[in-house]
Design a protein around this ligand. Structure first.
Ligand SMILES: NC(=O)c1ccc[n+]([C@@H]2O[C@H](COP(=O)([O-])OP(=O)(O)OC[C@H]3O[C@@H](n4cnc5c(N)ncnc54)[C@H](O)[C@@H]3O)[C@@H](O)[C@H]2O)c1
Length: 367
């Protein structure tokens, strides 16, 4: 070990490696200390560490200090529990009661899956929620239940609609997961060129960003991550990403009765409720077709894609979710690697909350 991971000094140059279980336990202790029940803390901690394990560090435990600040300053209610407030056929509407978005979202998708098992499909809109992390976390609840699952959320405005200059739409992510032999298909993406969390992570690490990710406060493309955070994200594929982001806001925000567009409160107004909306759709494969036949057909489809000829400059063709699945296998075998600054921020939170840090942490030089 070349540097002390428990020291704030040199944190920008180190990474630390923590076994997955130990990181879940640590994150869970922090959330419990912030007032969550053991059950809610455990599932929120698992959701964040799942993102880290899948290599989506922008939506992993790096987010924990913000969630903890919101819990501390009253923007999120640690003891609130989501509840179904309206039900009609295969549709339910959940009042998130301003609980942690990670808790509301899991509850919402669980309701959608239950409806899908009973009726073939389930559609659940959640209002009065908060930032829910990585959308794949909820879509991936579908395949083990024999369901295709779709998860989406609105986010505070971070992009201008195509051709405009006023931030009116979030980069509203959407994830779709389908059962498949071996490992599920899962595509999970923000509707900006990249998720804002990736820019935040680059800013935390003091690293530059590619010039097409964002514009600065003056509307100019920038490679400075901090300047990008003061400006706007660019929509994925221009008018197409812009259009889809508006559609996700209609589905997540308008349908659920939550805030939408420029009225969504950003996470960093720690004392204010966000009123985020989500939509979860579950489709029970067995209600549509023979599940074994579906498995054979999706295996054929994905294998055909994976074994198709690579274009010049590419080693091979991947299916969405392949990279994250391989990352997860690596994390399970070797532990989860966190950037030194991310870990240092968790240690500061642990000191503030009187929580014990993990003991089985190893550190390595960064870069
Ligand atoms: N909760 C929120 O408010 C919020 C907002 C925005 C984004 N997010 C989350 O941020 C995360 C990152 O989003 P992103 O848009 O930066 O994702 P990304 O660009 O890293 O990946 C998008 C998708 O492309 C696939 N992919 C990547 N490389 C591939 C390749 N070579 N071949 C085939 N498929 C490939 C990935 O498997 C993934 O499904 C997501 O989990 C998203 O849900 C959350």
């Amino acid at each position: 070990m070349s540097s002390d991971p428990h020291s704030g000094d040199g944190a920008s140059e180190t990474t630390v490696c923590i076994p997955r279980d130990a990181l879940v336990a640590f994150a869970s202790r922090l959330l419990c200390a912030a007032g969550l029940s053991d059950a809610d803390a455990g599932l929120a901690a698992s959701a964040l560490v799942n993102a880290d394990a899948r290599g989506v560090a922008s939506h992993g435990v790096a987010r924990l200090p913000v969630y903890l600040d919101r819990l501390h300053r009253g923007g999120t209610d640690p003891r609130a529990q989501p509840v179904v407030e309206r039900r009609s056929g295969a549709v339910a509407v959940v009042d998130g009661a301003n609980a942690l978005g990670l808790v509301v979202a899991r509850y919402g998708m669980r309701q959608a899956l239950q409806l899908a098992k009973e009726r073939g499909a389930g559609v659940v809109a959640c209002r009065r929620s908060g930032h829910f992390g990585a959308a794949a976390e909820y879509a991936l609840m579908g395949p083990p239940e024999g369901c295709i699952a779709i998860a989406m959320t609105n986010v505070n405005a971070a992009m201008a609609p195509w051709g405009g200059s006023t931030p009116l739409i979030g980069n509203n992510p959407i994830a779709i997961a389908a059962p498949a032999p071996g490992s599920p298909f899962v595509v999970d993406m923000a509707l900006s060129t990249v998720a804002r969390g990736k820019i935040r992570l680059a800013a935390t690490r003091g690293e530059p960003i590619p010039p097409d990710w964002a514009i600065d406060g003056a509307g100019k493309p920038t490679i400075d991550a901090r300047a990008a955070l003061e400006g706007l994200l660019t929509p994925l594929g221009g008018p197409k990403g812009s259009g889809l982001a508006i559609a996700v806001d209609i589905l997540s925000g308008l349908l659920s009765g939550s805030a939408f567009g420029a009225d969504l409160v950003p996470q960093n107004r720690y004392g204010q409720t966000q009123d985020v909306g989500h939509l979860f759709i579950a489709l029970h494969v067995a209600a549509f077709t023979d599940p074994d036949n579906f498995q054979n057909r999706i295996a054929f489809m994905l294998d055909t894609i994976r074994h198709s000829a690579p274009a010049p400059g590419y080693d091979g063709v991947l299916v969405p979710g392949d990279i994250e699945r391989d990352n997860e296998r690596h994390a399970d075998e070797h532990g989860i690697t966190l950037h030194g600054r991310t870990y240092a921020a968790l240690l500061r939170a642990a000191v503030a909350l009187g929580v014990a840090a993990p003991t089985d942490v190893s550190g390595v030089r960064y870069g």
